[in-house]
Ligand binder design. Structure first.
Ligand code: ADP
Length: 356
């Protein structure tokens, strides 16, 4: 399978000092360049760990498309960043034996970007569009007839002499990925035959991802250390892989052992200020504000955003999903509320209570 890429990725949000967020689930700037050749990406359904429901559905669709010799239905993948949407598109292309073109909505701003992408395709190819909810109206309207009738409607000429020309294009599969399915326009949403959500991974799945990645980079790691890393990976394979690489760097400098153990994991992640549940300074400021200044809530998102100097959408899409996932936060109609588990964790891990 060949991969053609013109992705312009959004990196993990920098904090107020301009530093990138180490446990943010989007790509860090240093990872953007290497993401296309990511050696840790699973290449088949078999290698892809977790997301069993999604895999089942897609395996059936891929087999059916192959047996009919047709293009796979257009597919929408949604869920938080770093869970494997791009990876899954590449796996599907590999399983179908076709090429995948990887791009993102910000790279498709002008009609000619879409035309360029669609006009040179081979039959049954995959086009992966990340952040598809950000496509502008003109680009979306060009895509509708392409997705439905394999037709590109182009306006040729200017002013009174302009006319519409339709060009037939080969059958193809659009794989759209989004972290915000609710922001997708209804006509766009309706054009996807399959729509699937990716969920956060459980500890066991993350442990298996960590063991697989460690093996691929020739790193020896104890069972307990893999387990510790899994607990701190925020349910996200991208973060798991990032933590492994940082722990490996740390061990190369500070350890004489050739095997990663729990002590190395703890020391390395203390240095990077990632706590036992994978929370970092941003999460802690968020929880601290709710607990110390608002008695645990409820508080409106706009109030929290203003107090933290963050944008409310960032809090909603980057900070809150994981806190809700681990049962630390509830979104209620009256505002955000922390749980007793969050308060306990916050107090136990606050600097005054850590005896190191
Ligand atoms: P997304 O497109 O959802 O932001 P990616 O597909 O880029 O996420 O995945 C992030 C990284 O996590 C990839 O580089 C890949 O190596 C790893 N990864 C994702 N899903 C899995 C999985 N199911 N098994 C193993 N590794 C995975």
């Amino acid at each position: 399978m060949a991969i053609v890429s013109s992705i312009t990725n959004h990196s993990s949000l920098p904090n107020d000092k301009g530093e990138e967020r180490f446990v943010g689930s989007s790509l860090l700037n240093e990872e953007i360049k290497s993401s296309k050749q990511d050696s840790l990406r699973p290449k088949s359904f078999e290698e892809f760990i977790g997301q069993s429901e999604l895999k089942k559905v897609l395996e059936i669709s891929v087999k059916a498309a192959l047996s009919r010799g047709e293009a796979l239905d257009h597919l929408m993948l949604y869920g938080p960043p770093g869970l494997g949407k791009t990876t899954m598109a590449m796996v599907i292309a590999e399983e179908l034996g076709v090429k995948v073109r990887v791009t993102s909505a910000p790279a498709l701003e002008r009609p000619r970007d879409i035309v360029g992408l669609l006009i040179n395709m081979q039959p049954r190819e995959l086009i992966f569009v990340d952040e598809i909810h950000r496509l502008n109206r003109i680009s979306q309207e060009l895509l509708y007839p392409a997705m439905e009738d394999r037709r590109l409607d182009l306006t040729v000429g200017k002013g009174t002499s302009s006319r519409m020309r339709s060009i037939e294009i080969p059958p193809f599969t659009l794989v759209g990925a989004t972290t915000k399915p609710a922001s997708l326009s209804a006509p766009m949403r309706d054009r996807f035959g399959i729509s699937q959500r990716l969920d956060f991974y459980n500890y066991l799945e993350l442990e298996n991802i960590i063991k697989r990645s460690a093996n691929l980079i020739n790193l020896l790691i104890t069972e307990e250390a893999s387990h510790q890393l899994a607990r701190r990976s925020r349910g996200t394979p991208r973060i798991a892989n990032r933590l492994i690489r940082r722990v490996r760097d740390f061990a190369e400098v500070y350890s004489s052992s050739n095997k990663i153990d729990v002590k190395i994991v703890d020391d390395a992640l203390d240095l990077y200020r990632v706590d036992q549940r994978g929370l970092d300074a941003t999460d802690r400021s968020y929880l601290g504000l709710l607990i110390n200044d608002y008695g645990g809530g409820p508080v409106g998102i706009e109030t929290l955003a203003a107090a933290l100097g963050e944008d409310s959408t960032t809090l909603e899409t980057v900070v809150e999903p994981y806190l809700m996932q681990i049962g630390f936060l509830q979104r209620t109609s009256r505002g955000r509320v922390v749980t007793s588990g969050a308060e306990k964790h916050y107090l136990l891990t606050s600097p005054n209570n850590i005896d190191k």
